[in-house]
Design a protein around this ligand. Structure first.
Ligand code: ADP
Ligand code: MG
Length: 207
C-alpha cells in the first residue's frame, strides 16, 4: 500500500535524481537535440520541490496533479508538457485516493504513459521516453500479475526500462528534435528515455 507521504517521497527522490544527473542528461541532449533536457527538468523539479509542502495534506490525485501543473508551467521544450501531462493523467487515475494498491500504482503509470502518447502523438519505437516507459509498465504489470510484491515488480520494470533505454541507441528518432537528424540519430541514447529510467529508479529506491 502506498500512501500520500510515500508519493511525496517518490517525487522528492525523482527531483534529487534529476538534479544529480542534470549534466549527463544535458550532454545526451547536446548530441541529438538542443542540450537543454537536464537543465530544463532540473529547474522544473526544483520548483516542484518548493511546491510540495503545500501539497502534503492533499490526496494522491491532487498531489500528482499539482506536480504535473508545476512541470508544465516551468519546464520548457517538449519534455515539460509531456512529463507534466504524464503526472496530471496519473493524478486523474488516483483521484480522491489517499492510498494506492499495487494495481492502482500500475494503473497510474499506465495513465501517465497514455498521456505522453496522446500529447506527443508518439508510440513506442520512435526513440523517445516511451521506449523506456512502455516496457517498464509491461514488466510491472506482468510482475504483479504473477504475484510479485510491488518492490520486486518495480525492480523488473526498472530493468526493462534500462533495456529500452539501451535500445534507443539502435533506432532512428522519428519524433522531437532528434528526428531532424534522421539516420544520424542512430548510436545516440535518447535523453528522455534516460530521464524516464531515472524517475523509475528513484521511485524504486523509495520502496
Ligand atoms: P526539446 O526537444 O524540446 O528540447 P527536451 O530536450 O526537454 O525537449 O526533451 C527531449 C526528449 O523529449 C526526447 O529525448 C524524447 O525522449 C522526448 N520527446 C520529444 N518529442 C516527443 C514526442 N512527440 N513524444 C514523446 N516524447 C518526445
Ligand atoms: Mg532539448
Amino acid at each position: 500500500m502506498i500512501d500520500a507521504k510515500k508519493i511525496i517521497a517518490m517525487v522528492e527522490a525523482i527531483a534529487k535524481k534529476i538534479e544529480s544527473e542534470k549534466d549527463f542528461l544535458t550532454q545526451l541532449d547536446n548530441e541529438i537535440g538542443d542540450g537543454d533536457h537536464g537543465i530544463n527538468l532540473a529547474r522544473g523539479f526544483k520548483s516542484v520541490e518548493e511546491k510540495l509542502p503545500g501539497l502534503e495534506d492533499k490526496d494522491i490525485g491532487a498531489i500528482l496533479k499539482g506536480v504535473g501543473t508545476q512541470l508544465v508551467s516551468t519546464v520548457g521544450g517538449a519534455s515539460g508538457p509531456l512529463y507534466g501531462t504524464a503526472f496530471m493523467k496519473a493524478g486523474n487515475a488516483c483521484k480522491g485516493k489517499t492510498e494506492l494498491t499495487d494495481a492502482d500504482f500500475a494503473s497510474a503509470l499506465e495513465a501517465a504513459i497514455g498521456g505522453i502518447k496522446m500529447r506527443g502523438k508518439a508510440e513506442e519505437g520512435e526513440k523517445t521516453m516511451l521506449d523506456a516507459l512502455c516496457p517498464a509498465c509491461r514488466a510491472l504489470k506482468e510482475g504483479l500479475d504473477s504475484g510479485k510484491e510491488l518492490k520486486e515488480a518495480l525492480a523488473a520494470a526498472v530493468d526493462a526500462a534500462a533495456k529500452g533505454m539501451e535500445h534507443t541507441k539502435t533506432i532512428i528518432a522519428t519524433k522531437g528534435r532528434a528526428s531532424y537528424l534522421g539516420e544520424r540519430s542512430i548510436g545516440h541514447q535518447d535523453p528522455g528515455a534516460t530521464s524516464s529510467l531515472y524517475m523509475l529508479q528513484a521511485m524504486l529506491d523509495c520502496l
